[in-house]
Design a protein around this ligand. Structure first.
Ligand code: SF4
Length: 337
């Protein structure tokens, strides 16, 4: 099989699939409540990719070299029959890994079903253990306790190496990053701190609001010494740091100060079937229409291949050269970060 490569020789390996645009949280850096009110016009059922369409696309992307699927949203656990879709994705030849990122709110009652579906890995978003701060970060939609209880249940049913994603915003939760590290040190859970990013066009991103990876490491290292270690594999987005006393590790996803576009093998699919070759991409390829207008698999494969082979995205590396931030094609909640 010829490996499909983009303009910089990068293969397509990781498909991040948003299965739902709705979310029950209102995180200001993704879905500010003042914009996404009760009457916001989210995708209707027939506008969402159906279960069969999601599986068909999984099969087609696997034929083009994708081996890893990451399920995102909005909040993916709002999608009905998700465990059934996961079982079908797991059965696709070439798909080696299926992971999911969730806000954890609905996870506790669903953990066993997800485990039984064969889901490999879980990442849970938790921006602070301080309920007041966490509430500020999720639009007052959940306590940290509820998320921690869901994490415990996920561990009880057998999920290992669970990761915590924490977006760090200066003046909001920058002062609580060490609490998360202290809480999960020695538990096998890996906290990944994410530099606040200008995803989409509505979160009012400013460079001044970024707590850099270096700053986060310095804060934690002062109390719990860290040692940088090599990535688990080429293209891993997080920089890894282990505790010097051997009791675990943290990760830094530093798209702003340490861009990682060089090895980017990620593509994104919105819940409406829009195919993006970059998180910050302007253009999308509509795949829902060819899935519904009788196009053959070969037609759809050709459409995807044409886009990928012309791909030259390196947004994060170019971000600081922009005098004005360019308009992005998709908001975070539509393509799931
Ligand atoms: S900015 Fe775009 S090209 Fe760079 S790592 Fe992120 S998704 Fe990949």
């Amino acid at each position: 099989m010829t490996i499909l490569r983009d303009k910089f020789g990068r293969p397509m390996r990781d498909l991040r699939i948003s299965v739902m645009d709705k979310c029950n949280f209102r995180c200001p850096y993704c879905m500010p409540a003042e914009i996404f009110g009760e009457n916001y016009d989210f995708l209707k059922k027939d506008q969402l990719l159906s279960d069969d369409e999601l599986v068909r696309l999984g099969e087609l992307f696997a034929q083009l070299g994708v081996t890893k699927l990451r399920i995102t949203g909005g909040e993916p656990l709002i999608r009905r029959n998700l465990d059934q879709i996961i079982r079908r994705w797991m059965a696709i030849p070439g798909i080696e890994d299926v992971a999911m990122t969730t806000n954890g709110y609905f996870l506790k009652p669903m953990a066993q079903k997800l485990k039984d579906s064969g889901l490999h890995r879980l990442t849970i978003s938790l921006d602070s253990l301080d309920d007041e701060v966490f509430s500020q970060m999720n639009g007052a939609r959940s306590s940290a306790t509820r998320v921690l209880e869901a994490l415990e249940e996920a561990q009880r049913v057998g999920f290992e190496n669970i990761k915590i994603n924490c977006v760090v915003k200066k003046g909001v939760n920058g002062h609580t990053v060490v609490d998360l590290a202290r809480h999960f040190k020695g538990t096998g859970v890996i906290v990944r701190y994410i530099e606040y990013m200008d995803v989409g066009n509505i979160n009012g991103w400013k460079l001044d609001d970024v707590v850099t990876a270096d700053e986060i490491i310095a804060i934690i290292n002062a109390e719990m010494p860290l040692v940088e270690v090599p990535p688990n594999y080429r293209g891993e987005v997080a920089n890894r740091y282990q505790y010097a006393d051997g009791t675990g590790e943290i990760g830094l996803i530093a798209s702003v100060t340490r861009p990682f576009c060089g090895d980017c093998t990620r593509v994104r699919l919105s819940a409406a079937g829009e195919f993006y070759t970059c998180l910050f991409g302007k253009q999308a390829l509509d795949l829902r229409t060819p899935l519904r207008d009788g196009s053959t698999d070969a037609d759809v494969l050709q459409l995807i291949s044409d886009v990928w082979s012309h791909r030259s995205d390196r947004y994060s590396e170019r971000r600081t050269s922009f005098t004005e931030l360019p308009t992005k094609g998709a908001e975070m909640f539509r393509i799931g970060g």
